[in-house]
Structure formats: C-alpha cells, structure tokens
Design a protein around this ligand. Structure first.
Ligand code: 15L
Length: 277
C-alpha cells in the first residue's frame, strides 16, 4: 500500500445517507479524517464531527460544488435497485456522468465507483466468472452499473483518473439468504476494498468483486487478492441463518438459475425453455 497517501485529504463520499453509506461511514471516518459526506438530504443522525454537503447528482452545478477541492471520490450515490427507466436514467446514468465529469474538472485523482453484481446478473450460478467477462446485466439498474464501469474506463484511459469499480454483492452484518451466501460482503471488508482503491499505487482502472471470503462464491476475485485484499468475513459462518431465511422465501424458477436472483425473474418474458443457462 502507498505509504505516502495523505489520509487527511478531502474525500467526497456520495450516497452517505443510503443503506451501505450508513453502515460504513463510521468505519471510513476512522481511517480518513478528511471524509466529506454527501447525499440529496442530510442523514438524520449526522454527528457533530461529520462534515456534510448536499448535492443532487442530476444537477451538475451541485455536483461540481461538492467535488471542489476533493482529492478522491467514493461514489455510492444513485438509485440502488431496479426502477422505472426515468429513475435509473436520472440517478444512475446522468448522475453518474455528472460525477465523473465534475471529478475530471476538479482534478480528482482517484474514484471508487459502487458497481453491482447486477451488471453480470444473467450469468448462471453454475459458472464461475472473473472481472474480464462481457457484462450481462439483469435489469435497467444492472445496465446503469455497466455504464458506470464503462465511464470509469474512459475517464481512466483518457484523463488519467485512477478508477476502482467495486462490483458489490450484498453488504450487511450477515447474508440474508442462500444466494447471498455466494455474494455477501461484510461492512469491514468493503471498507478494506475502498482503502485499496484509494491508496494502492498500481491502480489505473480495475474492477473488483465486492465479496467476502465466501466458500460458495461464483466469482474469481484474484485481482483484489493481488492488490492485498484479505477479507475477514466468511459467509459459511452464517449458513444456518441464511438457510432458515431461504425456507421462508421459497423457490423462484428463473431467479434461482442466475446470479442476479429476483432481478432476473422480474419482468422476465423469455419463456421457460430459454430460462436455462
Ligand atoms: C444490489 O446491487 C442492491 O443495491 C442491493 O440492494 C441488493 O439487492 C444487492 O444488489 C443484491 O444483489 O443482493
């Protein structure tokens, strides 16, 4: 890890009021005193020690004001599940473009983009994939995450910003069901990946899977390991809980075949025969 990284530099953290933001912001603050939180609205439980700047991602001037003076950006902001096209378009396509463009204009050095497993959700569960596969989004949301990854490559190659895309599985204290046993990541482990994205000297453009050390993983995360990632979470420690929750949920004939689960089965019109991997 780069010893010269000055952790007191301004790091803008968008989506701070969202689910992941709320879980990890105290962990990030321990490492980065220059952390500045951002979202459309101020989190209700903002501490006196936390700095906040409001920004609507669809308004370039607000994004530019928030990014001004930042050394790095952790971009979690946007819409975090499947939604109507206009919602995805505004928050995740236009909003994401506004962020990369503001970062370029402000001279930001590093950007961590919260991508998602749903960029590749239509890969079958029986396949193990790396980060070099063609995207196979399972939703408009997944398409927007693939778009954010593509923007990352562009802004890295053309403008020299160091970009780390984290294809996040599911962040939480424990896996919620059997699918999440394969894709779960603990809050501590996702912070570790963000630290790598902020500090590792070798990153120009990388896609890493946001997953803990899960025995049933569908992903080859060797690049993350090469960069020093040593996850401490193990989904198998929570198997009993995940299986009990799964029994409550019941089967999903299409979703259970694919990595993206219900994101694949929702609005699915491809016929039972074509549903097979
Ligand atoms: C995501 O990308 C979502 O943001 C999150 O809410 C979960 O649905 C997660 O994927 C998942 O696949 O479990």
């Amino acid at each position: 890890m780069a010893e010269s990284f000055d952790r007191s530099r301004r790091i803008l953290f968008t989506g701070a009021a969202g689910g992941i933001g709320t879980m990890i912001r105290p962990l990030l603050a321990q490492h980065y005193p220059g952390l500045v939180l951002s979202d459309k609205v101020k989190p209700a439980n903002l501490l006196a020690s936390e700095t906040f700047v409001a920004a609507d991602l669809t308004r370039p001037e607000e994004v530019a004001a928030a990014v001004k003076g930042a050394h790095s950006v952790i971009h979690l902001g946007g819409y975090s599940v499947e939604g109507p096209w206009d919602t995805i378009l505004q928050a995740n396509i236009i909003g994401c473009y506004n962020m990369y463009e503001a970062a370029r204009q402000a001279g930001v050095k590093r950007l961590i983009f919260a991508s998602s497993n749903h960029a590749v959700g239509f890969y079958p569960r029986k396949r193990r994939i790396g980060t070099d596969v063609t995207v196979r989004p399972d939703s408009r949301y997944g398409v927007s995450k693939a778009f954010g990854e593509a923007l990352g490559a562009l802004y890295s190659d053309k403008h020299g910003i160091s970009v780390t895309c984290l294809r996040i599985g599911n962040v939480g204290p424990r896996p919620l069901d059997v699918r999440r046993l394969a894709i779960w990541i603990s809050p501590q482990d996702i912070v570790q990946l963000m630290q790598i994205g902020l500090e590792h000297p070798d990153i120009r453009f990388d896609i890493l899977y946001g997953a803990s050390d899960n025995a049933t993983s569908w992903w080859d995360n060797s690049r993350a390991r090469q960069l020093g990632y040593r996850p401490t979470g193990k989904s198998e420690d929570h198997r009993a809980h995940a299986e009990a929750e799964q029994a409550r949920i019941g089967p999903d004939p299409v979703g259970d075949l694919f990595q993206g689960g219900t994101f694949c089965s929702v609005e699915f019109t491809n016929g039972a025969k074509r549903a097979g991997p």
